[in-house]
Ligand binder design. Structure first.
Ligand code: PLP
Length: 401
């Protein structure tokens, strides 16, 4: 390929040599900085999607890049058969920010793998097999996780499904109670259902789930692959006010945890970790030095740059400015996991924003546009978005207040 390949050069090569997966935007991402993505012909895009919610610290954050570079020069990888300082530091750092009681980390490579291991740990800890998840929840594409996914076509493409998965209605505790018998090892949920269109539940629902799990000896798993690592304005949804301070028995993480270096993790209680013996869990790459350096640096960058406070302040500003767009009926979600519910399908708005060089996300709710920006998004960048949204929606000036 030529050094300055055009979009057509790149697209035709990818389409020729790579299996079709996602419908792609007409962008060749060549470089990134903060909330911006640059193409190789020098255009820039405001990234309010973060590459599927991965760019929590923003693109190529200097602290994370320096840590990865330094680690690469020391040792790229050795497995869990040896001790490693980067692994020890990442585990210590992650546990130090975890909600109380979650005292041990297991590292793997992706969100689906974290969820598979979480369900396996719950089965080991309880001696039971079944798992309750929720309609609208998404947990990944490997066999057990896709079988736990009751959203759209996903379970169907995962056939034959792993047995023992049952769906309750998100937000409806009675529907959970009806399924939660002595065969149930775990209840697993996205505390905010992102792909379903950013669906939330009341604090009472989380409180009731915790009580039900305690009463019936069931392991409560929060899939925080999207909501974790600062996205909601606290380190985790678990233990936050919005979640009634409820702490589950397991939190699963991935996406933003490594700022783009693939890494997943489970955070678990002593009670669960006490049931896990050597060789019950394993992974070649999980806990590798590059990923561990990225985890520590990611968490440090979020702290150093006060990104949690930024998420909270910028969310308020964004919500305020979104009131200027009358086509938005409701803003769902929390922090930087927001669903803008329009009075019409959001696909055309997504396209119109892209033409104005702004990347957003759609969802399985046709009317909802999803925002999952880097945690460093500034007020001035919110202004750029609102201007583009108003232009895309042709909001006349006199409707501004
Ligand atoms: C809530 C949630 N859980 C799990 C996953 C699966 O993560 P991964 O794609 O890293 O396997 C995703 C991916 O989108 C997700 O959004």
């Amino acid at each position: 390929m030529k050094p300055e390949a055009t979009i057509n050069d790149v697209a035709s090569l990818e389409e020729r040599y790579q299996l079709a997966t996602y419908k792609k935007m007409p962008i060749v991402a060549a470089r990134g900085e903060g909330v911006w993505i640059y193409t190789n012909d020098g255009e820039r895009y405001l990234d309010l999607y973060g590459g599927h919610a991965v760019a929590g610290t923003g693109h190529s954050h200097s602290h994370v890049v320096a840590a990865i570079k330094a680690q690469a020069e020391q040792l790229l990888f050795y497995s869990n058969l040896v001790y490693s300082e980067p692994r020890a530091r990442a585990a210590e750092k992650l546990v130090s920010i975890a909600p109380p009681g979650l005292t041990k980390a297991f590292f793997c490579n992706s969100g689906t793998e974290a969820n598979e291991n979480a369900m396996r740990m719950a089965r080991m800890a309880t001696g039971r097999e079944n798992v309750i998840t929720f309609s609208g929840g998404f947990h990944g594409r490997t066999a057990d996780s896709i079988s736990a996914t009751f959203l759209g076509k996903y379970r169907e493409i995962g056939k034959p499904n792993v047995p023992g998965h049952f769906a309750a209605e998100f937000g409806n505790i009675e529907s959970v109670r009806a399924l939660a018998d002595e065969s149930v090892a775990a209840i697993m949920l996205e505390p905010i259902q992102s792909m379903a269109g950013v669906r939330t539940a009341t604090p009472d629902f989380f409180r009731a789930l915790r009580e039900l799990c305690d009463e019936r000896g069931i392991v409560l798993i929060y899939d925080e692959v999207q909501t974790g690592v600062g996205r909601t304005g606290s380190w985790f949804f678990a233990g936050s006010e919005a979640g009634a301070l409820v702490v589950p028995d397991v939190i699963t993480l991935a996406k933003a945890l490594g700022s783009g270096i693939p890494v997943g993790a489970c955070l678990v209680t002593e009670k669960i970790s006490a049931r896990i013996k050597e060789n019950d869990l394993g992974t070649t790459f999980g806990g590798g030095m590059m990923a561990m350096a990225a985890v520590t640096a990611t968490l440090e960058a979020i702290e150093n740059d006060a990104m949690l406070a930024n998420v909270r302040a910028t969310e308020s500003y964004l919500r305020e400015r979104l009131t200027e767009v009358p086509q938005i009926q409701r803003v769902r979600g929390l922090g930087f996991l927001l669903g803008l519910e329009f009075n019409e399908p959001a696909g055309a708005i997504h396209k119109a924003l892209l033409e104005r060089r702004i990347i957003t996300g759609t969802s399985s709710d046709a009317n909802v546009l999803r925002l999952l920006p880097p945690l460093c998004l500034a007020h001035s960048e919110v202004d750029i978005f609102i201007d583009a949204l108003r232009a895309a929606q042709r909001v006349p000036n006199d409707s501004v207040n």
